[in-house]
Design a protein around this ligand. Sequence first.
Ligand code: G3I
Length: 376
Amino acid sequence: MIGAMRCRSLLGSTSLLVIALVIALVASGCLRAPATEAGLQFGYAIDPNWLADEPRYGEIVSADANIVTPENYMKWERIHPEPDTYDFAVADSIVARASEEGQAVRGHVLVWHRQLPAWLTEREWRRGELIRVLRDHIHTVVGHYRDEFPDVVRHWDVVNEALMPDGSRRSSIWQEVIGDNYVDLAFRFARQADPDAVLFYNDFYDDFGVRFEAVSEGMTVVPGATAGRSDCAEVPKCAATRDLVAGMLARHVPIDGVGFQGHITGTNPADYDHLARWTQDLGVEWAVTELDISLPADQGDDPALLAAQAEAYVSVTEDCLDAPNCDTVVLWSVGDADSWIPSASGGVLGHAALYEEDYTPKAAVLEMLTLLEGAG
Ligand code: G3I
């Protein structure tokens, strides 16, 4: 791992040779030490196939991250492929690697409307039956990590994206069969399974995420958060989340925090401190759980856009560092090659990560290093 001191001393230089050397050094990562010193859990969503196939990917994860999120392998379709079968092998390999590296793992995700197995979605359920299935899943998965990897998986995204951009409940098997209180039940089951776990509701509020979903799902476009509109009350889904969390707390449902995913565009990030400020009033944490900052696919080498992207990464991270109740920023890919954005956007967007396709660092890596060094 490249020491933060070494990165810092090299960063101060204006010599072209030294700048080139810094770029070569940060290519293998150096954000972990300053992030840790700044009290920030910083890391990436990771995929074991990339760990196996691309050595630079693993080097960067080791050297930059003190926390990782399994991008896909704790989701129902992977970890619970048949009614009576749990398959922990791949997820465990991610958690074991993290544990060896001294990294924490953010559990993702216990209840979502996507990536569900056919055995769950392709039959009719009675309400009581599905509640039992949900309880068994949460008890089994959370219990497994509580017992097999004590203190590694402390944070869980318990419920993901239960709300629509207009603030109404999203249609899902959980919503349709169990009804509104599936959210409360999921959190109660998670708390029963691990009394020490830190339990989050996770969703997206930014304009890109909201519009992207509206366009791809053919829904009405409603306002999301932007730099100019970062008041939670003006963003219907954010206002609905605040009401949801307030209601849960009033009902003594064990919720500890709200994840702001942060799938945003390069030039227009919301003020996340402002957007998330209400969480402090309610006495819960917030975290940036899935940050990536997309650029137009054909403009990934535009220096002005890359500078705006670097500024946006710094701005969102700084909002978390400055907030008394935020200590986590997780990026939703390591490099552009492993990012979900190009395929999900049909090739329109890309270049969303800190590292290029070939895992060379972008301007944003140096900017993040400078921010974290200053915050420690
Ligand atoms: O593994 C199969 C492979 O066997 C198959 O050949 C290939 C063909 O398409 O698909 C592969 O599965 C893909 C999977 O990612 C693993 O790469 C799925 O098609 C693809 O849909 C899936 O996308 C994931 C997406 O969630 C699904 O909704 C993305 O990787 C993942 O980054 C994304 O993550 C979500 C968060 O969990 C929640 N918040 C939003 C975020 C972005 O959508």
